[in-house]
Design a protein around this ligand. Structure first.
Ligand SMILES: [Zn+2]
Length: 640
């Protein structure tokens, strides 16, 4: 077979797998083969209408009705570098810049103010009718004020938190889940979907000169419109793309895989026209993929601070978003069994919305030989004691309180930044000091100063280092009770619960004497965690350790934070997706004496807008009323 036919055959196969939500190769590998095919076709003049370069595959779901699009949906021209953007920007006029949400594109039709149809993209010429599932999308208006015929295009997607909540292992990423949900027959099982509109196709009797006006019109109809920025300055376009790629991509609660840049003037768009495949007035700037494929070589089992034993995948090194990795978590024993992951498998590793790389799934279709099932350990890899395995619990656990790795992990956690913040006590140093017998539990840290001269002589320590560690230990004595509680790694007590407990009980003594029933009533503490906390303080070893903290002068009280006056008399309105949850920002404003309102009025003091939020109603209103518009970081500066 000629190379050109080989590429066509393989790419068609890959297209099909991708459409079904189970890609066989990474985007990077795909792009490479795709551009090779495109070059070969250009060089030989061998153009075939059925080639993957000419045709989008359309895998129909049985039972869904096929519907023709009123206007063919072309695909976008792509670039993955700024030079490509510069080349494309031939006319120096205003462009709109929008993040490209990674979901499923749908066409929505309205008439007489009602949503009357919803159609998937399909192959661009025809798609599937999915009105039954789209009707469940909460942030999509089913009725709008405009009564003429209206047609829009938007992306249906699943936010990361919804994906985590709903996914039971069936889908490998939010995009696949969105595509699967939208195309279900039974809409009663559909949940978590959201939409963001990015294109107006028709609005009967309405005349617009710019796309920006169209977007504004749509947001006034009640649609959530994709974040839109506008500029006629190429450097600013590049700056916005960079901001999204390097910062916002990891902070937004939904997946984006690039940016879309399009000329704002509708007249200019008409003038520029389109090729057979894509419009000339628009381009997609693709981000590097956050998912890569590699070969699983080994599974290592690691004992955590609470005894949980986590499988870690060791694989051939891959680069994701500029970072080379060869290890990623496999979550728990149940994940390995459910996903049927085997040593030697081709696996998908992702680093999305999180810095911790995760194994997403095995490409079972790529197995060419019989692979052996990995062994689930029955003895703890650290202490050799029997492991607690329960069929209905996803994790396996070592219950031995003297388990070496468990204690080491507890001490590392105790010293970590969000806990007691003792610098210089990372994995390596803690292991050394543990193995040499200097620390056997966190309380030993507070008598380390008596052994400074001995430790100084250990290779890798030295006077400067030990002094720095001792300084950190000394400083940690003044931290509030909430930090100490978090540092103790009590089962089920994370940062939030530690703070709630500290604020309720104020002192370690009060907490240690609380009853199970009382504890269960604290916000965020259920009966299981309450039982765990109560049991923790009952243990004589714990009592002994806590007594030593007190003797060493470690603070065991929580001061109550008073409301500050920084923002008194000021009212804030928020718009767009910020780097932290909105509830958190609202709490910060309130704690500083400010107020938060839902809409902009003459009483608003500041509008806090996320980057690219210039298209929203709130933004326009604030501009009209002359209300200062500030960024999230400016708000943080105000808080000091
Ligand atoms: Zn153990």
């Amino acid at each position: 077979m000629s190379r050109i036919n080989e590429l066509r055959e393989q790419l068609s196969l890959f297209d099909e797998a991708y459409e079904q939500g189970k890609p066989l190769i990474s985007d990077t590998e795909y792009e490479k083969m795709y551009s090779e095919l495109r070059e070969l076709e250009a060089k030989t003049g061998d153009i075939n209408p059925e080639s993957p370069t000419q045709m989008i595959p359309f895998i129909k779901v049985d039972g869904l009705e096929t519907v023709k699009h009123t206007i063919p949906m072309l695909s976008l021209d792509k670039t993955n570098n700024y030079d490509g953007l510069r080349k494309w920007y031939s006319v120096k006029e205003e462009v709109l810049i929008q993040p490209k949400i990674d979901g499923l594109t749908v066409v929505l039709r309205y008439n007489n103010g009602h949503l009357i149809d919803a159609i998937t993209r399909g192959n661009g010429l025809e798609g599937e009718r999915v009105l039954h599932t789209i009707s469940t999308v909460k942030n999509l208006p089913k009725t709008i004020p405009f009564t003429g015929y209206l047609e829009v295009r938007g992306e249906v997607y699943i936010p990361y938190d919804e994906f985590e909540r709903i996914n039971n292992g069936e889908y490998s990423n939010p995009r696949a889940m969105a595509a699967g949900m939208v195309r279900r027959h039974d809409s009663s099982q559909v949940q978590g979907l959201r939409t963001a509109i990015f294109d107006l196709i028709a609005a009967e009797g309405q005349e617009f000169t710019t796309d920006y006006d169209q977007m504004f019109f749509l947001s006034k109809q009640g649609f959530e419109v994709v974040n839109t920025a506008r500029t006629d300055y190429l450097d600013r376009v590049i700056q916005i793309c960079m901001e999204y790629q390097e910062v916002l991509r990891n902070k937004l609660n939904y997946p984006i895989d690039g940016m879309v840049i399009k000329y704002d003037s509708l007249e200019l768009r008409k003038k520029l026209g389109a090729t057979s495949k894509s419009p000339r007035w628009s381009i997609a700037f693709k981000f590097p993929s956050l998912e890569e494929f590699t070969i699983l070589r080994e599974i290592v089992w690691q004992v955590g601070k609470s005894g949980q034993i986590t499988p870690v995948a060791v694989f051939d090194p891959i680069e994701i978003d500029g970072v080379t990795i060869n290890r990623a978590t496999l979550h728990n024993k149940q994940f390995i069994l459910d996903q049927d992951i085997r040593i030697g498998d081709r696996i998908v590793v992702a680093r999305a919305n999180d810095v911790i790389p995760k194994v997403v799934r095995a490409v079972v279709e790529a197995r060419t030989q019989e692979l052996v099932l990995p062994e689930i350990p029955t003895k703890c890899p650290s202490c050799g004691e029997d492991i607690w395995i329960q069929p209905d619990v996803p994790h396996i656990t070592c219950l031995n309180p003297f388990c070496r790795d468990q204690i080491i992990e507890k001490i590392i956690h105790f010293c970590s930044r969000d806990a007691m913040d003792i610098e210089g006590m990372g994995e390596v140093n803690v292991r050394t000091l543990f193995d040499l017998g200097f620390i056997q539990n966190p309380a030993d840290l507070y008598s380390l100063n008596n052994k400074a001269e001995e430790i100084e002589k250990i290779e890798g320590f030295g006077q400067t280092k030990i002094n720095k560690i001792l300084e950190g230990i000394e400083k940690s004595k003044n931290l509030p009770l909430s930090r100490l509680l978090y540092a103790l790694a009590i089962p089920g007590v994370g940062k939030t619960t530690a703070l709630a407990l500290a604020q309720k009980y104020r002192t370690l003594d009060n907490l240690a004497n609380a009853s199970k029933e009382e504890l269960a009533n604290v916000e965020g503490v259920g009966s299981v965690t309450a039982q765990g906390i109560w049991f923790y303080f009952l243990n004589p070893q714990t009592k002994d350790m806590l007594q030593r903290f007190v003797e060493a002068g470690v603070n065991t009280e929580e001061m109550i934070t008073e409301t500050k006056e920084t923002l008194t008399g000021k009212t804030f309105v928020l718009t767009g997706t910020m780097s932290r949850p909105r509830s958190e920002i609202e709490t910060l404003i309130k704690q500083n004496g400010g107020k938060v309102a839902g809409s902009v009025s003459s009483k608003t003091s500041f509008l806090v807008a996320a980057p690219g939020e210039t298209g929203t109603t709130k933004y326009q209103k604030a501009q009209q009323l002359g209300i200062p518009i500030i960024s999230e970081s400016q708000l943080m500066e105000m808080l000091g």
